[in-house]
Design a binder for this molecule. Sequence first.
Ligand SMILES: Nc1ncnc2c1ncn2[C@@H]1O[C@H](COP(=O)(O)OP(=O)(O)OP(=O)(O)O)[C@@H](O)[C@H]1O
Ligand SMILES: [Mg+2]
Length: 295
Amino acid sequence: MSFAVETTKLTKRYGSTPAVDQLSITVREGEVYGFLGPNGAGKTTTLRMLLGLIRPTSGSLTLFGERPRGLARVGALIEGPTFYPYLSGRTNLRVLADHAGVSRRRVDEVLELVDLTDRAAEVFRTYSLGMKQRLGLAAVLLKDPDLLILDEPTNGLDPAGMADMRQTIRRLAEDGRTVLLSSHLLAEVEQICDRVGVLHKGKLLIETTVAELTSGGGSLRVTATPADTAYTVLTAVVGADHVHADNEVFELDVPATEAARINAELVAAGVSVSELRWLQPALEDMFLQLTGVES
Ligand SMILES: Nc1ncnc2c1ncn2[C@@H]1O[C@H](COP(=O)(O)OP(=O)(O)OP(=O)(O)O)[C@@H](O)[C@H]1O
Ligand SMILES: [Mg+2]
């Protein structure tokens, strides 16, 4: 197994309290890895150490099996990128490309990659936050890095902007790149990542696949009438132990993938289903489960 990122007991202290505490994570080549944790968990501090922007207090790290050197294979979006406000998106990228010795043809390629071609002629100042963020990503892609490190890439975007950004990141990963991104949103990590490391107060709580992480907790909510028939059907399908009934509202401890089957059984029994919804385990609840303490 070859790793794009490997940290061993990586630690950063500010004063006596560790911001990052003995962190050991591995990011596999070609995967999208989500670094998940609430505000102050140590996500940005870790990413900054990976990029050599700050020095670890102790511990070690490797990128592609080596001590990080020129970072030629790494592209990062950590602080909001700075661009010339009165130049167009395309011209801004051309300035950067010229500086980096990258061909101008590459500028058009990266604009296409982040889905900004149509708006590339417009002046940066007039871009929406989502477009600014995508232009930042385009700038990072100019040198065609093998590893992308993105700190909260959807932060501040509206739901449509977030969805666009997620789709773009997924697409970039499909080209064989490795992506390490941070987020405080479980749902987001679930949608785009293959594996996840959950960070809490500087410590790694768990490192696992997304499927594993979200398999525990969460429930399926069903609102159905008549309630007595619904109850009979649901207990028969998933077992009485997994059904919590409150009049016409039922909460079922089953995986989200059971929803279609349950709906079909209810409908077949003449039950009218007005709501069928997966209730995500909240990050907060998950922390509670993992640590036994409120974050
Ligand atoms: N330069 C610094 N000096 C002192 N403390 C710092 C410094 N940088 C970070 N910290 C502390 O380290 C901890 C982790 O901060 P960090 O920014 O890495 O968290 P984060 O997970 O990125 O949070 P957020 O979701 O808010 O971005 C916080 O308690 C923060 O106050
Ligand atoms: Mg941060």
